[in-house]
Design a protein around this ligand. Sequence first.
Ligand code: SAM
Length: 292
Amino acid sequence: MQKDIATPIRTKEILKKYGFSFKKSLGQNFLIDPNILRNITHFAQLTNESGAIEIGPGIGALTEHLARTSKKVVAFEIDQRLFPILEDTLSPYNNISLIHQDILDADLQKVITEEFKDVKDVMVVANLPYYVTTPIILKLLEANLPLRGIVVMLQKEVADRIAAKPGTKEYGSLSIAIQYYTIAETVMIVPNTVFMPQPNVDSAVIRLMKRTEPAVVVKDEGFFFGVVRMSFAQRRKTILNNLTNGLPNGKEKKADIIKALETVGIDPKRRGETLSIPEFGALSDELWDAFH
Ligand code: SAM
């Protein structure tokens, strides 16, 4: 087996050979520690029957670990300058497709159907570009793709918000948007020294395993997420206050809101950040009836 791309020496050699300069605007912080890469692929639980989607292969550090541990890898990279490098560094592997595209523009349903015909499961595994972490994860989940799960490196602060439990200051609409579809857990805190160049925020790896059913089954998903967003609009205000301000004609229909809260056993004086996802589900269904 060839020496890992992700050793500091080999990464420096590759960057020098191609005269590559990092673009901060594209979140280019490459991994230079093979142990971290082994851990990431371990957490993804890939087998020789798995398909892996990577976002932003860079010079191929993670891509080669995915190629070694899965049946097939499809990697999306936005930066054209990296393609001649990737063709070189990944030449020992014949199970990788590289796509030059912004992941946010990609038709992932089509790619999965065409590229992963003969795999048993599909995981997204990536060291994400930090400027666009949340839109990428939400795109992957909201499109209802046939994924087993997602294992990604991202800013620790965002990982904390995604995996947060009710009653904590990190818990908010992002936690609910993601935990609605997945079981979320931070599996690794990662020191800055494993990146080149080093990012100026702390990093973590998060694992999101898709649920077979959403965390709560609601009458209307759009309305449910609307109620969640309203409930966190002003974190210091009570749930009643936020809902009367957020719902259409909420002030006039305050009595209906109080009744809905009481019917589902939620004290109107509680704050949104204390409500669990099932509580938000019950509340949104009750309000749906009062507001439609
Ligand atoms: N996977 C490599 C590693 O771990 O060393 C590089 C990770 S680096 C944090 C993020 C990568 O995502 C860069 O290669 C960057 O060019 C690419 N990228 C940035 N924005 C992207 C987008 N919207 N779509 C696809 N790739 C993107």
